[in-house]
Design a protein around this ligand. Structure first.
Ligand code: C2E
Ligand code: MG
Ligand code: MG
Ligand code: MG
Length: 285
């Protein structure tokens, strides 16, 4: 930049704006290429039954293995993927990968043990008219038991177009899979959707788990969610369990399932298989 440009407030502002815009365009271009080259990986975070310590499955969490940028976290590229529409091919790929993986897990474990894979969805996927048949095709192609698949949506996705959303979720349920509400309690929404939508599971956001035992408000919220879930016949999964104390409190509050660094970080597919197989041996299932 010239000294003159740097001296002017507007010019500095423009330059910063410009740099941000260029960075964003660069990310977008790289992401497009990444979709063509299939530069994505799926990690799996084990999900645990809190009363027994048994692993019941895992959540699929996408990563972008970029030749230039290294391993990029979803927080960085999912928003751009959503704005550009790239989330549809990426999300479709993640679902297929995760279903293949769940099918593979079934092969390693006794037939009575069905590890479940959870997959995060974005609004653009759910809203796409062909989504239910796309999922049906993926289930068929991968041969996974639909009962082994959970789709995670967020509260805000149920708000934009409620009528269409109800129809889509019932369509997905009819395929035999289950629906979870992710980051429960953080969305700005009315609870009435819990009556109208075929929801199976609430995932308590990790911001509430974080303050358990320290922040009376967080403990109260977790207790209230447990009561709500019990009354509505829903399962509860607590996210982001990091300490033994949080685990003990969640068990005391009657929480069924959980995930978090206390048990395991998200693992590459091969390590997740080993983890599942070992965990199964540990409980003698
Ligand atoms: P999420 O679905 O709520 O996933 C939980 C996030 O919390 C994951 O971050 C996970 O690694 C992290 N986490 C798990 N346990 C702990 C813990 O004990 N402490 C802390 N501090 N964090 C923990 P990750 O993998 O970076 O994913 C971030 C978000 O990106 C996800 O939040 C989800 O909203 C989105 N995402 C990930 N994969 C996909 C995908 O395939 N499709 C879509 N649409 N979104 C995805
Ligand atoms: Mg999730
Ligand atoms: Mg979450
Ligand atoms: Mg989230």
């Amino acid at each position: 930049h010239s000294a003159k440009a740097a001296g002017s407030g507007y010019a500095v502002f423009d330059a910063a704006m410009n740099e941000k815009a260029l960075e964003r365009l660069d990310l977008e271009a790289d992401l497009r290429r990444a979709v063509d080259q299939e530069e994505f990986l799926v990690y799996y975070q084990p999900k645990v039954e809190l009363s027994t310590g048994r692993i019941i499955g895992a959540e699929a969490l996408v990563r972008w293995q970029s030749p230039e940028r290294g391993l990029v976290s979803p927080a960085k590229f999912i928003p751009v993927a959503e704005e550009t529409g790239l989330i549809r091919p990426i999300g479709g790929w993640v679902l297929r990968e995760a279903c293949f993986q769940a099918k593979r897990w079934q092969g390693y474990l006794p037939p009575d043990y069905l590890p479940v894979v959870s997959v995060n969805l974005s609004a653009a996927q759910l809203k796409h008219p062909g989504f239910v048949s796309e999922v049906a095709r993926t289930l068929e192609e991968t041969g996974v038991d639909p009962a082994a698949v959970v789709l995670e949506i967020t509260e805000s996705m149920l708000m934009d177009d409620a009528e269409k959303g109800v129809e889509t979720l019932f369509g997905l349920k009819a395929l035999g899979l289950r629906i979870a509400v992710d980051d429960f309690g953080t969305g700005y929404s009315s609870l009435s959707y819990l009556k109208r939508f075929p929801i199976d599971t609430l995932k308590i956001d990790r911001s509430f788990v974080d303050g358990l035992g320290r922040e009376p408000g967080d403990t109260a919220i977790v207790r209230a969610v447990m009561g709500l879930a019990r009354a509505l016949g829903l399962d509860v999964v607590a996210e982001g369990i990091e300490t033994a104390e949080q685990l003990a409190l969640l068990r005391e509050l009657g929480c069924d399932y959980g995930q978090g660094y206390h048990f395991a970080r998200p693992l590459p597919g091969a390590e997740a298989v080993e983890f599942l197989a070992r965990a199964r041996l540990a409980v003698g299932a």
